[in-house]
Design a protein around this ligand. Structure first.
Ligand code: ZN
Length: 680
């Protein structure tokens, strides 16, 4: 591992974050550490600097600027290193016991800025060490060395006096005391190895502490390199394998569970798939059931991934895969409950149980999935799983992967500070649900993508114009795909891609459409057929694919169709548009009838006079002109409420129908009031 220190960048950091040079350089090297996933992953690390600040009254005070929670080290700014008065922190060393709650409170109480984020739970460790700069990471190379049955011996050999060992203790006051004691016995040390946890380095300058981290981690890397690359003996893998887009919805259904059967609500998870040579070497291994089930590489990962991943059979065919995976999930849930029962109440009060479902799934022959309450959480779980693959593979190359025991991990997973967060953050109404929107690149579709994202859904935007789809998706943090819904292959490919990307599909807004015109007695048959292709057949094709995925998940679903006022109340010369839309309105009802028993709802929105460019160029203008009105007046004055109906209003109707758990076969009218087009 090479030092990324660069004098010009260091100067630029001082220019940007001065005048306190120490703090500016602290920001700079914290970013260097945070940007290397081999050192720091999703909050797994922290840094500090001891410096001075000014009280309101003008006197100078010694402070510890330490990483605050919620900040990513890779792009940290000075407010991400809140200043804590050092003297009150140091005085805590005189205590024999300190609860985590009291510790957090004391740390907050010593903040210079009362609005600053919570200082890291490892703050006292930083405060009790005498060094000006202190860096902490969960280096993968160090973990591969320490997560061994004789990790202490290996580490003593590799690091010697440069980094003495601290036995495993859960982060908090007790660990801070022990680390300070070890450091004081070894005043010449450059760092500390926290067994089964990570590594600290320190120095008089930002550069010294950072480069000592790099040097110590390099010693670990050299030791691993001597062991060579581990190739696990592979288990036999079936010749043909189901694609990820088919495997994912089956698994997603199995790890979702009903909240309220009468409401048709489920607690779902969102998926993130990863594969590659290193992952396949790991998941395909004949011995994966041993080395993957030992526990996380460093304890704080357990909050994101639980202690162990689920292993499912290699997916050769859908029926046997479903049966094997179901059995595997049931076994996982049983083992998780037994683990909680073994440790709950052993120390401290009874805990609130967490859901018993996995956050990482290993699929031999395919790769791995990270799972989470959102796509973001799923990515974090997948990142950690990939990191675990690297650490365990290296550890197995040297010996036998042996992390800290499950009793310690229970203490972290069910930590009182984590338990206190439960139920605090209310989820948005469509959180954990995946929505596909066709024709989502502009107009009503784009507004619908924004509305569903605002309601918490994970959004996939399909549009004939791929660039538009990507642009709309990017703005809402979703997936954008080019897809012409009149082409069967394109729809199939897009749905498989969405399933591979999110794990499945819960809601489909079949919105793509276009308005063809012609007097029905004279219109060319090809025009009518063209319109049926997009305004009816594409809806049927999209709905069929959606239902296939929803049935594979077995957790219900929601189909939404954009029909039109034309479906109910024909307008002159609009036969080519209205006829297929009328068929699509009945299509929506047919799906309601045929799949209601499976919990799949099917509803439609009937909108009118929305200025979104769906109509032929100049049509609205010509119609308005014929009545002596502006387009705006024409749109507004044609309805009972005299209000212009906008794309956002239609989008909101789709969201409302997605939330209307007892409605199916319904058509919601969004037209400002048009009695001729009112449904019964
Ligand atoms: Zn740590």
């Amino acid at each position: 591992m090479k030092s990324q220190w660069n004098d010009a960048d260091a100067k630029a950091a001082i220019a940007a974050y001065g005048p306190n040079e120490d703090l500016a350089l602290r920001v700079y090297t914290t970013r260097l550490l945070g940007r290397d996933p081999k050192l720091v992953l999703h909050g797994g690390g922290n840094t500090s600097v001891k410096t001075t600040a000014r009280e309101l009254t003008g006197e100078s005070v010694e402070v510890l600027c330490v990483k605050g929670s919620g900040w990513d080290m890779g792009n940290i700014e000075p407010p991400g290193l809140p200043a804590v008065r050092l003297a009150p922190l140091r005085r805590l060393r005189g205590l024999t016991r300190l609860s985590d709650e009291d510790m957090v409170n004391a740390q907050r109480g010593a903040l210079l800025d009362a609005n600053a984020p919570n200082p890291s739970v490892e703050t006292l460790l930083h405060a009790f060490l005498p060094h000006t700069f202190v860096d902490h990471t969960h280096s993968t190379a160090v973990l591969a060395l320490t997560d061994q049955p004789d990790g202490d011996k290996i580490c003593a050999e590799v690091f010697g006096a440069r980094a003495p060992l601290v036995p495993y203790i859960m982060p908090g006051f007790a660990l801070a005391l022990e680390a300070a004691a070890v450091s004081e016995r070894n005043p010449e040390a450059e760092g500390l190895i926290l067994l089964k946890h990570g590594i600290f380095s320190f120095g008089a300058t930002a550069r010294e502490a950072y480069e000592r981290m790099i040097a110590l981690v390099s010693l670990a890397e050299d030791r691993i390199a001597r062991a060579g690359r581990k190739v696990f003996a592979a288990a036999p893998i079936p010749k043909t394998m189901l694609p990820v887009g088919v495997v994912a919805p089956i698994l997603r259904g199995l790890v979702s569970h009903p909240i309220d059967a009468n409401e048709g609500t489920y607690r779902r998870l969102v998926f993130e798939f990863r594969t590659g040579l290193a992952i396949r070497n790991y998941v395909d291994g004949a011995d994966v059931g041993r080395y993957s089930q030992q526990g996380v590489v460093t304890p704080d990962h357990t909050i994101r991934t639980k202690n162990v991943p689920l292993i499912v059979p290699a997916p050769a065919d859908a029926a046997s895969f479903r049966a094997g995976a179901k059995e595997a999930v049931e076994g996982y849930v049983e083992r998780y409950r037994a683990y909680v029962a073994r440790h709950d109440g052993r120390r401290g009060p009874k805990k609130t149980p967490l859901d018993p479902y996995p956050r990482v799934i290993l699929v031999p022959g395919l790769g791995l999935f990270g799972l989470g309450a959102s796509k973001k959480d799923a990515r974090v779980a997948a990142d950690i799983a990939e990191n675990t693959v690297a650490v365990v593979t290296d550890a197995e190359a040297m010996g036998r992967y042996t992390p800290v025991g499950e009793d310690h991990l229970f203490d972290v997973e069910y930590w009182s500070l984590e338990q206190a967060k439960l139920g605090k953050a209310a989820e948005r109404p469509l959180a954990r649900q995946v929505v596909v929107i066709t024709g989502g690149g502009s107009g009503i579709g784009a507004a619908t993508a924004r509305a569903f994202a605002a309601a918490g859904a994970e959004v996939a935007v399909l549009d004939r114009d791929g660039a538009n789809a990507v642009a709309v998706a990017k703005a809402v943090g979703g997936l954008g795909l080019a897809c012409d819904v009149t082409e069967a292959r394109a729809v199939e490919t897009a749905f498989d891609r969405v399933c591979a990307d999110f794990g499945g599909i819960d809601i489909v807004v079949s919105n793509a459409g276009a308005a063809w015109q012609g007097r029905i007695g004279e219109v060319d048959e090809t025009v009518l057929r063209q319109s049926f292709e997009l305004n009816f057949w594409a809806h049927q094709r999209v709905a069929q694919h959606a239902v296939r995925v929803m049935l594979a998940q077995g957790t219900g679903g929601c189909l939404l169709f954009n029909v039109s006022k034309q479906a109910v109340n024909p307008g002159a010369d609009f036969g080519p548009y209205g006829l297929p839309k009328a068929a699509t309105m009945f299509l929506a009802r047919q799906y309601a009838v045929d799949y209601g028993a499976q919990g799949i709802r099917s509803n439609a929105v009937n909108a009118d006079r929305i200025n979104t460019g769906i109509f032929a160029d100049g049509l609205l203008e010509r119609r308005a002109q014929a009545r002596g009105l502006t387009v705006e007046q024409y749109l507004r004055d044609g309805n009972l409420l005299k209000r212009e109906v906008r794309a956002e209003d239609v989008a909101q109707a789709f969201v409302d129908l997605a939330l209307a758990r007892k409605s199916t076969g319904a058509v919601m009218t969004v037209d400002g009031g048009n009695i001729a087009a009112a449904l019964r």
